[in-house]
Ligand binder design. Structure first.
Ligand SMILES: NC(=O)c1ccc[n+]([C@@H]2O[C@H](COP(=O)([O-])OP(=O)(O)OC[C@H]3O[C@@H](n4cnc5c(N)ncnc54)[C@H](OP(=O)(O)O)[C@@H]3O)[C@@H](O)[C@H]2O)c1
Length: 412
């Protein structure tokens, strides 16, 4: 893909999901994370709709064993396949009576085997970071329904994923609440009717902070997200607005909309999850309580609205909805992401890799909050744009950008 052009829509605009009779046989990548445990919760509520055939973790084997036991107790799993990435944690899983029954090899081999398991309808990708790309490609090549939370797959490998989806006949249904909202607004519409997209952003916990406060923002300040409970990496991304920048690129790849036609508004309440604007000026929005189980259930079950015990928005109590322009001076990550998206290919890989390294350093108290955009900008300045034609090239560019970013992080 030449990423400078609007992408062909990866999401089946105007089309319909395949209907899957009986429970959707599902593999859950990243079962012990925020997206993973919320998916397990859905399977516990809907064992007749979702059945887990495989679950993966990086290292949290004790948590995984508890999840599998609970799923088996309600009939939402029966001796599922297990992948544990970390070698020491894998040894612990091999000694566990529940996890050892069907244990895949450790490392990426086991993770990719889980992503490509036979007899599976749907793969939920709840992995964090660039590690999600290779499993996304495997699931796409196998023609699965891909409930995609791992936005980094599309940011660093949008063109590769699009090719794999076409080859394998997979369907990609976004799990990010903004993109799920857009998919719900666009359901049954033809691409020609669409004019632009508006992504909403909560603005994160530091939304109203001045430059001095931002310079002193601690890990604890940044992890206190006002509306969403998520894993640590995406929570930091929300505070820097990089999460919204990654989502702009994700929207470009998913819906085939040009960057100039994707706007971002700050909406602190996180009630309106995003909006589609049609060519006659009509705007369509999706509203709801901030609960990731809503987009997850919608994606796994093939874009159906099934019963779910979650809060309902009381519009009378809410009174008003607030929107504002994002401040790209205080939060430059949004502009960095947009520029990298426009340049495409290698630049989005460098953006993502530098961000992952900078966020990890911030979470380890090695750099300050405002160092995150500085490290990313400096890494991008040292990177030459190039197209990306295969996974090996993408991974080589990813390694090189991480090396550049790490050079910009003080060593302990
Ligand atoms: N959380 C949300 O509400 C939310 C909302 C929208 C989009 N997303 C997206 O969903 C994805 C997951 O986010 P999250 O918040 O659920 O993350 P998280 O809580 O950190 O969970 C990540 C999961 O992936 C596993 N994992 C981490 N690194 C891995 C690696 N290198 N190889 C294999 N497995 C690995 C973790 O295992 P361990 O438990 O052993 O570490 C955990 O199971 C991200 O792309 C995020 O942007 C999340």
């Amino acid at each position: 893909m030449t990423s400078r052009e609007p992408a062909l829509p990866l999401y089946h605009l105007g089309g319909r999901c395949r209907s899957i009779p009986g429970p959707v046989r599902t593999v859950l990548l990243g079962a012990t994370g925020s997206i993973g445990t919320q998916t397990v919760d859905l399977a516990l509520q809907h064992p007749g709709e979702i059945r887990l055939e495989g679950l993966t973790t990086r290292s949290r084997v004790a948590d995984l064993a508890v999840l599998v036991k609970r799923l088996e107790d309600v009939g939402a799993a029966d001796r599922p396949w297990i992948s544990v990435l970390d070698i020491d944690a894998h040894a612990a899983a091999a000694a566990d009576p529940i996890l050892s029954r069907r244990l895949l090899p450790p490392g990426e081999d086991g993770l990719l085997a889980a992503a490509g398991l036979e007899g599976v309808d749907c793969v939920v990708n709840g992995l964090v970071g660039a590690a999600g790309l290779a499993p996304t490609l495997v699931a796409a090549e196998r023609g699965r329904r891909l409930a995609l939370a791992n936005k980094e797959s599309l940011v660093i490998g949008g063109g590769l994923v699009a090719e794999a989806v076409r080859r394998g006949g997979a369907e990609v249904i976004p799990v990010d609440s903004e993109h799920s909202a857009l998919a719900q607004c666009l359901c049954g519409r033809s691409p020609e009717e669409l004019e632009s997209l508006i992504l909403t952003a909560s603005g994160g916990p530091c939304r109203d902070w001045d430059a001095v406060q931002l310079a002193n923002a601690s890990r604890a300040d940044v992890l206190a997200h006002p509306t969403w409970e998520m894993g640590p990496k995406i929570t930091v991304d929300s505070a820097t607005l990089m999460n919204k920048g990654l989502e702009v690129i994700e929207a470009h790849v998913l819906f085939g909309v040009a960057y100039d036609a994707i706007d971002v508004v700050v909406h602190p309440g996180s009630v309106v999850h995003s909006l589609a604007v049609f060519r006659d000026g009509a705007m369509m929005a999706q509203l709801g309580a901030p609960d990731m189980r809503v987009p997850l259930l919608y994606a796994i079950t093939g874009e159906r609205h099934l019963p779910l015990a979650t809060d309902r928005i009381d519009l009378k109590a809410l009174g008003a909805l607030r929107f504002a322009a994002p401040d790209e001076e205080r939060f430059p990550c949004l502009r960095l992401a947009r520029d990298a998206g426009r340049a495409g290919g290698r630049m989005t890989i460098a953006l993502n890799a530098a961000n992952e390294e900078a966020v990890a350093a911030f979470l380890a108290d090695r750099v300050g909050f405002l160092d995150i955009p500085r490290i990313i900008a400096s890494t991008l300045d040292s990177t030459e744009p190039a197209d990306v034609s295969d996974l090996e090239t993408a991974l080589a560019y990813d390694r090189e950008a991480r090396r550049l970013a790490k050079e910009r992080i003080p060593t302990l």
